[in-house]
Write a protein that binds this ligand. Sequence first.
Ligand SMILES: NC(=O)c1ccc[n+]([C@@H]2O[C@H](COP(=O)([O-])OP(=O)(O)OC[C@H]3O[C@@H](n4cnc5c(N)ncnc54)[C@H](O)[C@@H]3O)[C@@H](O)[C@H]2O)c1
Length: 271
Amino acid sequence: MSAANESMSRDGVTGGQSNGWGVRGRVILVTGAASGLGFADSKMLVEQGAQVVMTDIDEERGRGLAEDLDAIFLHQDVADEGRWTEIMAAVEARFGRLDGLVNNAGVAPIADIETTSTATWRSTLAIHLDAAFFGCQAGIKLMKENGGGSIVNMSSTAALVGIPDYLAYSAAKGGIRSMTKAIAIHCRRQRYAIRCNSVHPGSINTPMVQHALRELMDVDLNAADDPERTRRKLGIGEPNDVASMVTFLLGDQSKHINGAEMVVDNGDTVV
Ligand SMILES: NC(=O)c1ccc[n+]([C@@H]2O[C@H](COP(=O)([O-])OP(=O)(O)OC[C@H]3O[C@@H](n4cnc5c(N)ncnc54)[C@H](O)[C@@H]3O)[C@@H](O)[C@H]2O)c1
């Protein structure tokens, strides 16, 4: 095994031995944790024994959910670079380290190439792409001081195929996909023992997708006679389908996976 490969494992594990997903005791920050996928990630990570710091722009909801999970909540607008410095300082003061980061917060304005305003373009890129850049930069700084870690950047199948009604979103998610690979290779070259991967969900049943279904297809998933049947018919996954991938990528079981794009879409982009 090369020295570079050896450095991939957070614990220098060579035999693959670990507890469950291998996140027990890890300090993990999840952005956009007050809803949908971010909340599902946080819940699964807490259940697996991680110490989770949940952040979101929605303070009231986030604080309540964090309390229920016995996690920590910090208010954060991910597009604000200065706030990232404060968040990392707070994590370091409390735990002395950061082992995992999930850049998950997001918005999905519905607009195509002809209807996307410059303001929407800029704010969408700021919340997704700028934020992932700020998060990775701040996260690596703290992780590399304490033996390494794992970063998961939430992208989308929009990064792989381009979705016409989500122009700015597709562009931002595409940027996250390639930035993730560049970061992974950089960290490997520097022998930081920091991995960086992107996750690409298809449609998952969260408030973001419920909104899209209402706007684009006139479908109200919550009001459907049989919501579960409708969900399956439309090929929509559940938040835990993504949370299990995120948890896997944060733990030791995925120690040889780096710079990868993990698609969670039940084959949508294959057919
Ligand atoms: N649901 C899906 O089908 C799907 C598919 C592919 C990718 N994704 C991605 O997964 C992530 C989570 O999506 P979701 O479906 O859970 O959406 P959601 O709308 O349920 O949750 C998004 C969360 O992000 C928070 N947020 C928005 N702007 C923020 C900001 N500036 N700073 C901090 N927090 C902010 C919101 O308050 C909310 O809690 C997003 O990046 C989204 O693009 C979702």
